[in-house]
Ligand binder design. Structure first.
Ligand SMILES: [Zn+2]
Ligand SMILES: [Zn+2]
Length: 147
């Protein structure tokens, strides 16, 4: 994907306004899918969002950053808490929060008696929990990526 062309296209199609600044991939973005830099007007985007969630979700992340961008240059409220920001983000159907990384590791447990398995984000104490179905003892399976 030519990122600059893509952002210019989304800006025209979804905001009806041109995007005139620089845009770069930034793999170090962790908690957000993108970032707007008011001092020079450029945007950063995480390639993770595109790789893991596809173009439709990535486009919503692009809309979020473009919402900051356009409001800033129009001297309107461009920050997350501003009414202008909330209104425009809703209008263009932008994402409010970046989706979480998909490759987060989960803990997989299964029941020794009935074999029921389930997953948790956090490790649990096997001596404190029993199977919700039959009351049997649980065992820890190898950690597996969620996929
Ligand atoms: Zn933001
Ligand atoms: Zn069980």
């Amino acid at each position: 994907m030519d990122l600059t062309n893509y952002v210019q296209k989304v800006s025209l199609e979804d905001f009806g306004k041109p995007f005139r600044h620089r845009v770069v991939w930034n793999r170090r973005l962790r908690t957000s899918g993108g970032r707007f830099f008011p001092h020079d007007g450029h945007l950063d985007f995480s390639p993770r969002i595109l790789e893991e969630y596809g173009e439709a979700i990535f486009r919503q992340v692009v809309r979020h950053e473009l919402t900051h961008y356009h409001l800033y240059f129009e001297n309107k409220g461009y920050k997350h808490g501003d009414a202008d920001f909330k209104r425009l983000l809703k209008e263009v159907d932008g994402l409010q929060y970046a989706p979480p990384p998909k490759n987060r590791r989960l803990h997989i447990y299964s029941c020794r008696s009935c074999g029921l398995s389930f997953q948790r984000q956090r490790r649990i104490h096997l001596d404190r929990y029993r199977c919700g179905s039959c009351g049997g003892r649980l065992q820890d399976q190898a950690n597996q990526p969620q996929g």
